[in-house]
Design a protein around this ligand. Structure first.
Ligand code: PGA
Length: 249
């Protein structure tokens, strides 16, 4: 696990966008695994800027998003479908048919989950998966649990996640209680993983990811077992790490 620490959120966002851009320049038909939440918004802004300057072409890129709320319509402004279009897809030349986001509205959620994993497998796996991290160390919506769940699945969100995400909704009662998320196995099928974290509220989750035991109670801890993981975090998220364990950039 390599750890790069950037001065602040803007620098983290720039670095993350540069890594995605290098991936797409090296392989124009890259498969990108994408994430939602506050953390990657700056990275998406940088990617849109690069696209506007003609520095990156998404015409052959395919994307798979990590997760989606269960039974929240696509046109709801809190859906991850809406988020991705607002922050990235509406501003770049990606083809609609190349965008994949779990459909939380599918009446048969088991079929939805199985076909999502099948689609990732059929395409040969994701080239680089972007992850945020929850205050409780969730990745995607793989919440602290008694076991790691391998495949894409329907999950009950933890109270702490519902509370954290309520900042985007009018009231906490409006936050969906379930979501469809890629499982740990689906995430691990990715060739590279880039985890982003910003702010002191993530420092403990980052500490546990780097130094803690691998346990499903700290879902991100399993990243230690993947052979190509990079953490791009800001100084605030790195406050609990030993300086010799990361590179300050
Ligand atoms: P955040 O969420 O980027 O909004 O902090 C990250 C996550 O919950 O995975």
């Amino acid at each position: 696990m390599r750890i790069l620490v950037c001065k602040n959120y803007d620098e983290m966002s720039k670095k993350a966008a540069q890594i995605i851009s290098s991936q797409v320049i090296l392989k124009s038909d890259s498969i990108l695994g994408l994430a939602t939440g506050s953390t990657p918004i700056g990275m998406y802004k940088n990617l849109v800027d690069m696209y506007n300057k003609g520095e990156i072409d998404f015409s052959e890129v395919k994307t798979f998003n990590l997760d989606e709320y269960y039974q929240l319509p696509k046109d709801n402004i809190q859906s991850y479908y809406y988020f991705m279009h607002k922050n990235l897809f509406n501003h770049i030349n990606i083809k609609k048919e190349n965008i994949n986001i779990p459909n939380g509205m599918n009446g048969d959620v088991e079929i939805e989950c199985a076909s999502y994993d099948e689609a990732i497998k059929n395409i040969g796996g994701v080239d680089i998966q972007v992850l945020g991290i929850g205050n409780n160390a969730h990745i995607g919506f793989n919440e602290p649990n008694d076991a790691f769940i391998k495949n894409t699945h329907l999950v009950d969100l933890k109270e702490s996640t519902i509370e954290a995400n309520s900042r985007f909704f009018d009231s906490i009662d409006d936050v969906p209680k379930k979501a469809v998320t890629m499982g740990i196995g689906s995430i691990f099928a990715s060739k590279k993983i880039m985890l982003l974290a910003s702010g002191e509220c993530k420092a403990e989750a980052v500490y546990n990811t780097v130094y803690g035991d691998v346990t499903p109670q700290v879902p991100s801890s399993i990243l230690k077992f993947h052979n190509d993981v990079i953490l791009i975090i800001d100084e605030a998220a790195a406050t609990k790490l030993n300086k010799e364990d990361y590179k300050l950039i």
